[in-house]
Design a protein around this ligand. Sequence first.
Ligand SMILES: Cc1ncc(COP(=O)(O)O)c(C=O)c1O
Length: 388
Amino acid sequence: MSKLSASQRAARVAPFIAMDMMREANHLEVSGSDIVHMEVGQPSSAPPRRVIEAAKAALDVDRIGYTNALGLPALRERIAKHYADTYGLAVAPERVVVTTGSSAGFILAFLAGFEPGDRMALPMPGYPAYKNILAALDLGLVGLKTSERTRWAPDVADIRELAHAGEGAISGVLVASPANPTGTMLSPDALKQITQACDDAGIWFISDEIYHGLVYGMEQACALSYSDNAIIINSFSKYFCMTGWRIGWMIVPEQLLRPVECLAQSLYISAPTLSQHAALAAFDAGDELEVHKQMYARNREMLLNELPGVGFSEFPPVDGAFYLYADVGRFTNDSFEFAGKMLREIGVATTPGADFDAELGHRYIRMSFAGSEAQMSEAVKRLRNWLA
Ligand SMILES: Cc1ncc(COP(=O)(O)O)c(C=O)c1O
């Protein structure tokens, strides 16, 4: 019998619907449609000027070969300094791992810290790639239910219970704060409690801090403030506007460093060298990046004011990141179909909630407000006419 078919394991990996929506939106755009992109979480702004200059300069002086698997020493040092500057934390540069976007950071963390069959708890709704990567690596997932009552943040009591469940206990917890798709930010105290609950239970806590820097009026804390066992994942994609440069980083506990290095060596050798040189300049581009953040803040304000008039009135708190997770249950019980129709009929691309939550996502859509103010206003105008 032929074995030339996709593996069962691959078949378990669901599509990343936001990426599918982007493909469809791009296709319509190329065919002449005027699309407002709210489907994918990527800044409409260009990377900082300094980043581009650093990349150009690197091309003149460096042959852009491989780097050490853990990254350019200068970049690892610069990232470590960022922790001192931003959070007052002393992080040894040796613990910094430069990755091919934070996406590679998850693969490294999951492979380095877990055995096949281990289960990890994640808040629902949550970033789709987590569950898809877990499925690809034969790891299990336990959804942590969230609700308005907990501001869409996981409840530490649920984590404690799952961590001490005996036979079926979880081996780790992964939380993004600010979160995708809800924008929910954990207070420093809530983050501390979760970090310590994982420490007490002797399980890994992975803190996805990719939306740090994009916080609207709340205090942001790094999980390393509460435990050196926390695995920190971060990236140059969002705050630094460098999505396509595929460059991110992790801070890993000492005992995971060598395993992570061995995995990185063979999985991708090293993160893109040109992007590493460019990223070195990103931390000095604060002035430019703050201007973008102010634009997201204005977009957020405008959408929170205008969308209720369009018929979308229920949102999680939108403390950070650049997403709004809107309840569209008034209009549909199938947000997948609703988002597809919205794209085809009025050219507004969003992501259906099923990407983030298999159980309740059918009544939500996620809208990214990382586009320009003109695009966001255009989206509201089109939605108002469409839903009138
Ligand atoms: C919560 C979260 N983590 C990680 C990523 C992956 O980002 P990248 O691989 O570009 O660093 C994203 C992208 O949208 C995200 O929303």
